[in-house]
Structures are given as structure tokens and as C-alpha cells.
Design a protein around this ligand. Structure first.
Ligand SMILES: C[S@@+](CC[C@H](N)C(=O)[O-])C[C@H]1O[C@@H](n2cnc3c(N)ncnc32)[C@H](O)[C@@H]1O
Length: 292
């Protein structure tokens, strides 16, 4: 299961929802300037299959046009099906309009259009559609300081509310503790710092850096924890994380692959015994233009 696979994004979505800071999401919604002559225009960067927009649309309310941006054609190809399945579960009516999905949710009308764009090239491209608000989730930790600098520069001119959800902050803790945890955490952290195409990723430092740059660009910044707390009943997720950490750590320190395999065995035994749990530290960030 890769970091961006459909399977992994589906598996993690309920944990992301449970972890997010709803206070910041509501303040983001409340700060959006609502045009009188058209729906709100919103952009979700690194959208995957649009989970962030699905989470935010009901919080924001009213008519919305979402531009869901990603460079992965396979994930974007699943966007419409995921929106349709979501709307069907909620018993909202659905229209397919060209390459976008239109959902009628009570009195509100939400259009979701998936758009393929490689955000490595220029973060300001994300603002080309003159959005009223910008959002991303599980994305800020992938990008570099230079990329955030360019985004902050663009947001200095196009002053709109921004909400970043679920960037890792470097904390991770399995329970019960294991003698190999220290080695494994260090190797895994090095793996997270590998370039994902945007330059050296900020990884656990992303929210602090993003906040500082947006504050310097004239934004009022608030952050809140959005940690995953995963109990032993969530077997599929824990099993997937054990394997992902084993693989990533072994990739960075192949000479320790046998130790990491034994670590994973012990973790799976604890999972079977119902004693395993995991906390992963995340942070959400809201940035509002100071003159709004
Ligand atoms: C961890 S996933 C998060 C997906 C989604 N935001 C969510 O919360 O489920 C990171 C996303 O960033 C996208 N991404 C990575 N590099 C990108 C790039 N250069 N341009 C656009 N999207 C990119 C990936 O394809 C993936 O969908």
C-alpha cells in the first residue's frame, strides 16, 4: 500500500476526520468572503480523491465550486466515484456535469471538478483560478521550505483564508514500547525527509514553517493538534502502518532490515493480543488575512 494509494487514502480517511480540529475548520468557513453573484470558489491542493473537500463542504455550507488539484491521474480518476458514493450515502442528489460532479445537498449546490496539475512547478498556479479560500490536508509535510516561501509570496498578493490539516509534527508513539522503537523511528523520520519532488520536505517542521511564513505575509495564524489515536480495535490500519514503517525503515537502513522485521513481528503479536495502540502527532493550521 503506497503513501498515496487509493486503498491507503480510504483506510486513513475516518481517522483523519476524527482527528481534525473542527474549531479551525469552522473558523475557516466563517472567514470566507461569500460573493453574492456566484458560488464560493475553493481550491484543495494535493486532493487525492477529494477527502478534504468532502469533509469541509458541509461545514462551509452554501453554494461552492471546488477545484480539486493533484498530479496523480489515477487518484483523480476516482474523485467523481468517491463524491458520488458519499452523496449517495448522505441521500443527496447527484448530477454528473462533464468532468465534474454536482451535488444538491439540501438547499446548497456543490460542484467538484478534478484538475490535473503538477504543483511542483509553481505553487502560485494553485491561485490562478482566483479562489476565495485555499485548503489542503496531509500535504504540507511533503513540500519544501522554498515551496512554502513561494506559496506565502503568492498569498501576500491574493489574500484569502487558508486551512492546512493533518501535517505530521514528528511525534509517533507505539504502545507498548519496544527496544527497537528508537532505531525504527529515526530511520522512518529519515524516510519522511526524502524528496517527494518539491525539494527537501519539511516533514515534522511543516506547520511551524508555514505558520511563520504566513504570519510574515500578513496573516493571523492559529494552530491546533490533530493527532491520530488509534486503538487496538482498528486492526487494518495498525497492520498497514506496521508494514509501512518496517518497509520505510528497512529502505533507509537495509543493514537493520532483520531487526525491523522482528520489530514488526512483535508489533503484530501485540496487535493479535489486543494490546497495541498508536499515536501519530499532526497539526492543523488556519491562516486568515489580517485585514479581512
Ligand atoms: C498523502 S496524500 C493526501 C491526499 C488528500 N489530501 C487526503 O487528505 O486524503 C498527498 C497527495 O499529494 C499529491 N501530490 C504529490 N505530489 C504532487 C504534485 N507535485 N502536484 C500535485 N499533487 C501532488 C499526491 O498525489 C497525493 O494525492
Amino acid at each position: 500500500m503506497s503513501g498515496f494509494s487509493l486503498e491507503w487514502l480510504r483506510l486513513r480517511a475516518p481517522f483523519d476526520r476524527a482527528a481534525r480540529d473542527m474549531g479551525l475548520a469552522r473558523r475557516f468557513a466563517g472567514a470566507l468572503r461569500r460573493p453574492t453573484d456566484r458560488p464560493l470558489r475553493l481550491v484543495d491542493l494535493g486532493t487525492g480523491t477529494g477527502a478534504n473537500a468532502r469533509m469541509l463542504a458541509p461545514v462551509i455550507g452554501g453554494d461552492q465550486d471546488w477545484h480539486l488539484i493533484d498530479d496523480d491521474a489515477v487518484l483523480l480518476g476516482f474523485c467523481a466515484a468517491e463524491q458520488i458514493a458519499w452523496a449517495a450515502r448522505e441521500e443527496w442528489s447527484i448530477e454528473k456535469a462533464g468532468d465534474s460532479v454536482l451535488i444538491h445537498a439540501g438547499g446548497a449546490r456543490w460542484r467538484f471538478a478534478a484538475r490535473r496539475l503538477d504543483l511542483r512547478r509553481e505553487p502560485a498556479l494553485a491561485l490562478a483560478d482566483a479562489p476565495d479560500g485555499l485548503a489542503f490536508s496531509v500535504f504540507a509535510d511533503l513540500v519544501s521550505a522554498a515551496w512554502i516561501d513561494a506559496l506565502a509570496h503568492a498569498l501576500e498578493r491574493r489574500r484569502v483564508p487558508l486551512l492546512s490539516a493533518l501535517a505530521v509534527d514528528g511525534r509517533r508513539q507505539w504502545q507498548p514500547v519496544d527496544a527497537t522503537d528508537g532505531l525504527l523511528y529515526a530511520a522512518f523520520a529519515r524516510h519522511q525527509q526524502r524528496d517527494k519532488g518539491f525539494g527537501p520536505p519539511l516533514a515534522g517542521a511543516a506547520t511551524v514553517y508555514l505558520g511563520a511564513r504566513l504570519a510574515a505575509a500578513g496573516y493571523a495564524v492559529s494552530t491546533a493538534p490533530s493527532d491520530w489515536r488509534v486503538g487496538s480495535e482498528h486492526r487494518a490500519l495498525l497492520a498497514a502502518v506496521i508494514e509501512a514503517e518496517r518497509r520505510a525503515a528497512s529502505d533507509v537502513r537495509p543493514e537493520l532490515a532483520a531487526d525491523f522485521a522482528q520489530w514488526a513481528e512483535r508489533r503484530r503479536a501485540a496487535l493479535d493480543a489486543g494490546t497495541l495502540s498508536l499515536t501519530i502527532g499532526h497539526r492543523d493550521l488556519l491562516a486568515l488575512p489580517r485585514d479581512l
